[in-house]
Design a protein around this ligand. Structure first.
Ligand SMILES: *[C@@H]1O[C@H](CO)[C@@H](O)[C@H](O)[C@H]1NC(C)=O
Ligand SMILES: [Cu+2]
Length: 321
């Protein structure tokens, strides 16, 4: 009994810290599960497709040299690479339950020179954006964001590798940006993948960026204050970074065969059509931001303190944000 109580006390003491931040802990693709890098374990002996990273804390400076992959850019001593088919979906899993529901989700690829990404520093690469989700519905101040969608999807994000990208060795960079406080918080991690069965649409120069370099501290999408009165009516949010891969028409369209198919299919976003609406908008609740406000088996208070509202994340967990 004592041990159990002590354990609960320990767990709850440690919880706020763990829940506050984090990163990508695992990946899946085509039924394969890939354990991520464990930032708080010794690097010795770690084998993962994920590039090493070292802290759950966010990056808050867009010029931080660690912005590419949340570390110094090097690969692991026993670095692995996952083989991923172009056109297939790859999912990144953040720690549960991801706490930050305001902000965009972004996914990038960068092709490595040579025959492997191992040994290639991520800071030397050029990245292009293959997926993004900003403000999905509602307003800047009280809307439903890509980040909220990520939380609702089991604190994970699924991106389809465009079938048009050339085959080869890439780093894939999943990122969630949190806007609940300023400066904006960046949570990027990278994994090594070998893309097979790809196409021939190279990203245009307008679509290629470096990290750091892609973002600026003055970007409207990074400086927006979600707590102003104006934010409660503003419905436009500008996602930071370059235009999506395939969205900027490549200058002179390549001559195609007589049976020409549409050139570059738009990149499908992984946003499902059903968006979870806020279930209530109380005026004087008691549950704090990120607190639980509902779910099967939950018997506590259900009204969020203003300006937050209760959102259903799954059958077992509703959260104020
Ligand atoms: C939810 O994510 C966890 C990893 O965080 C994973 O183990 C589990 O299989 C996922 N559940 C579903 C239904 O995808
Ligand atoms: Cu955090």
């Amino acid at each position: 009994m004592f041990a159990f109580t002590a354990l609960v006390a320990l767990a709850s003491a440690a919880l706020p810290k763990v829940l506050a931040h984090g990163g990508v802990l695992a990946y899946s693709n085509a039924g394969n599960w890939y354990q991520g890098w464990a930032p708080y374990d010794t690097p010795v002996g770690q084998t993962s497709i994920e590039r090493p990273w070292s802290t759950y804390n966010p990056i808050t400076d867009p010029t931080d040299p660690q912005l590419a992959c949340n570390d110094d850019g090097t690969s692991g001593a026993l670095q692995l690479t996952a083989t991923v088919a172009a056109g297939s979906a790859i999912t990144a899993y953040w720690n549960q339950v991801w706490p930050h529901a305001y902000g965009p989700m972004l996914t990038y690829l960068a092709q490595c020179p040579g025959t492997t990404c191992t040994g290639v520093n991520s800071n030397t690469l050029q990245w292009f954006k293959i997926d993004e989700a900003g403000l999905l519905s509602g307003t800047i101040g009280d809307g439903y964001w890509g980040d909220g969608e990520m939380i609702a999807q089991n604190s994970s994000w699924t991106t389809t590798i465009p079938s048009t990208v050339p085959s080869g060795n890439y780093l894939i960079r999943f990122e969630t940006i949190a806007l609940h406080s300023l400066p904006a918080q960046f949570y990027p991690e990278c994994a090594q993948i070998l893309i097979t069965g790809g196409g021939s649409l190279a990203p245009t120069s307008a679509e290629l960026v470096t990290f750091p370099g892609a973002y600026s501290a003055t970007d409207p999408g990074l400086t927006v204050d979600i707590y102003t009165q104006a934010a409660l009516t503003e419905t436009t949010y500008i996602i930071p970074g370059p235009p999506l891969y395939g969205s900027s028409a490549s200058s002179p369209a390549p001559p195609s065969s007589p049976t020409s198919s549409p050139t570059s299919a738009p990149i499908t976003s992984s946003v499902p059509s059903t968006v979870v609406p806020p279930v209530s908008s109380p005026t004087a609740g008691t549950v704090a931001e990120y607190g639980q406000c509902g779910g099967i088996g939950y018997t506590g208070a259900t009204a969020c303190i203003a300006p937050f509202t209760c959102h259903v994340l799954n059958d077992y967990y509703s959260q104020c944000y």
